[in-house]
Design a protein around this ligand. Structure first.
Ligand code: PLP
Length: 369
């Protein structure tokens, strides 16, 4: 790790601490018309993303999209919904579920919302009821790891309800893809969205949508925006063999390819998941030992990010804890939950169990309340 260049480790859900070798690949420039880039980098990434998404990778295609993760969520929602006759069920138990609701409102996508509190998982039973009460539904959208809290929604039981009712399933797997094993085909996921700067450990600048070739083929003309038209982006990437429609973030894309190499070197998604789980286990164990409480019970937790209650002492402020930890080389994350006073610590990125041990020790030594 390049501590010399990074004054602190980002314990955040992305952008996150990346390796020096990922950042070094950004030192050269690329021509967006040349095969070295289109075939050598873009097509390679697209193939490898499809392989990460399913054992049946030949049935899937990965479409890269400029912008942060939200741009890809918006592109996917609007390209998958037909202009007429579609209706979307959005499951929301946190800020990222609510963001999909905002997107549906902006775009006038016919939709209903299945809303739970931020500390309640979406269950198959509640989805079953919503779907039975609304037979005109055609699609369902759900966040896998709700980064708001760190809650992992029970994807497989929800997709099996959706499949029984013939609904297409769109998953915001932004903060889980690459860090938690999943298979789109086995889990019945039709659209999966993630981005460069989360569990694959690239730098920020683009997102991607993975879907079945047989599905995207039928989405021509659905998009309500030119720059976020995923069908058009897909056609250009297919016909131009890795060509993006508009300027692509070349350096970021090359860095992402290196991040994929490093994911392979680590032993793939299963090995990365083990490291994240170990990070999170050490974090929760250590923080509990020094008196902190987690927002969620262990069984609802992802290994990605953990919410802790702020201590109730009058001397305590999060801002003071934040600045003290920053001086010691760790950046933690404020809370995003509306129902409780929390802060968050991420356990993804180029972060290892020894780093977490140092963090917990620093928190203990800095206790000022
Ligand atoms: C990070 C994240 C996003 C995308 O956020 P951006 O700020 O647009 O990159 C969407 N959904 C979830 C669950 C996320 O964690």
């Amino acid at each position: 790790m390049d501590k010399a260049e990074n004054p602190y480790l980002l314990l955040t859900p992305g952008p996150l601490s990346t390796t020096a070798t990922v950042k070094e690949t950004m030192l050269r420039d690329w021509c967006t018309w040349d095969d070295d880039y289109n075939d050598g980098v873009v097509q390679d990434i697209r193939k490898r993303l499809a392989c990460l998404a399913s054992e049946q990778h030949e049935n899937y295609t990965a479409i890269l999209m400029q912008g942060s993760g939200t741009f890809s969520v918006e592109a996917a929602l609007m390209t998958m919904m037909p202009r007429c006759g579609g209706k979307l069920l959005i499951c929301a138990n946190g800020a990222y579920g609510e963001r999909m609701v905002s997107i549906a409102q902006y775009l006038h996508l016919p939709h209903i919302v299945l809303r739970e509190s931020e500390i309640t998982p979406i269950t198959a039973q509640s989805v079953e009821k919503a779907v039975s009460d609304n037979p005109d539904l055609t699609h369902i959208a759900i966040v896998h790891n709700e980064t708001t809290t760190g809650m992992l929604n029970p994807l497989d039981s929800i997709t099996s309800v959706a499949k029984r009712h013939n609904l297409q399933v769109m998953v915001d797997a932004m903060s889980s893809f690459g860090g938690i094993p999943m298979d789109m085909e086995k889990s019945g996921i039709d659209w999966l969205v993630s981005s460069a700067n989360k569990c694959i450990q690239g730098v920020p600048g683009f997102g991607f949508v993975i879907t079945a070739k047989s599905i995207i083929e039928r989405c021509k003309g659905n998009a309500r925006s030119l720059s976020l038209d995923l069908f058009d982006q897909w056609q250009t990437m297919e016909k131009g063999k890795g060509k993006w429609r508009f300027t692509s973030p070349t350096h970021v894309v090359r860095a992402f390819q290196q991040a994929l190499n490093e994911l392979d070197m680590e032993g793939g998604v299963a090995a990365r998941n083990n490291r994240y789980c170990e990070n999170q286990r050490k974090l929760v164990e250590g923080m509990r030992q020094i008196g902190f409480k987690t927002l969620l019970p262990d069984q609802l937790h992802s290994p990605i990010i953990t919410s802790f209650y702020n201590p109730e002492s009058p001397e305590y402020t999060f801002s003071q804890l934040y600045h003290r930890l920053k001086k010691r080389g760790f950046v933690v994350y404020p809370g995003k939950v509306s129902v409780a006073d929390c802060f968050r610590i991420g356990t993804i990125g180029d972060v290892f169990p020894q780093d977490i041990e140092r963090l917990v020790k620093s928190v203990e030594e800095e206790m000022f309340w």
